[in-house]
Design a protein. Structure first.
Length: 191
């Protein structure tokens, strides 16, 4: 997605001892901010982190920020999906509206952080469909498309997803942070 920026991105694989803070905040933005801030402080580099979840209107926004921990850490995606469908079994199609929401945080080593959000609207299906994706993708029907996220090709999902929308919103700021970082750090071998 960012090849046009002419920079390389590193993953946490290069810092095996770096532990991320738990995702126990009340909002996606707070969880993403904690993770990005921890990485920026530990590495001395700008860091990008995200958090996301599924919000179902008929369930008052649940599972929400606890989407991955819905039913506990040991639950599988299939178990979480089955529970959502059970909770909605008597809810008419018109009231099964939902959205995926993502927050992307970009943190600088100096402590500054900006958060960007993206959403993808849809409805909850009556049963799982599709083999792609992960999490709630088999039960999330994308608005206007009639297909679940799990039925979309990866390229299509990556173009319309909540995470892609948050990253697109973050891109101008990310470019500025990377430009400033490049100016502050001399190129190796340059005099």
């Amino acid at each position: 997605m960012y090849a046009h920026l002419g920079v390389g991105f590193l993953t946490l694989d290069g810092w095996p001892g770096l532990a991320l803070p738990p995702e126990d905040a009340e909002t996606y933005g707070e969880n993403a901010t904690r993770k990005a801030g921890a990485v920026a402080r530990a590495t001395g580099l700008p860091a990008l982190a995200d958090d996301s979840g599924l919000e179902i209107d008929a369930l008052d926004g649940a599972p929400g920020v606890r989407s991955h921990r819905f039913l506990g850490d040991a639950a599988t995606d299939a178990e979480r999906n089955a529970q959502v469908l059970a909770l909605l079994r008597h809810v008419p199609d018109a009231r099964r509206t939902a959205r995926y929401r993502a927050a992307v945080a970009i943190a600088s080593p100096d402590g500054s952080v900006r958060v960007f959000e993206g959403t993808c609207d849809g409805v909850i299906a009556s049963h799982p469909r599709g083999r792609g994706g992960f999490g709630y993708d088999p039960i999330f029907v994308v608005a206007g498309g009639g297909r679940t996220m799990a039925e979309l090709a990866p390229e299509e999902k990556n173009r319309i997803s909540h995470r892609a929308r948050a990253l697109r919103a973050a891109e101008p700021y990310l470019v500025e942070v990377l430009r400033q970082t490049r100016e502050e750090r001399p190129t190796p071998g340059a005099n």
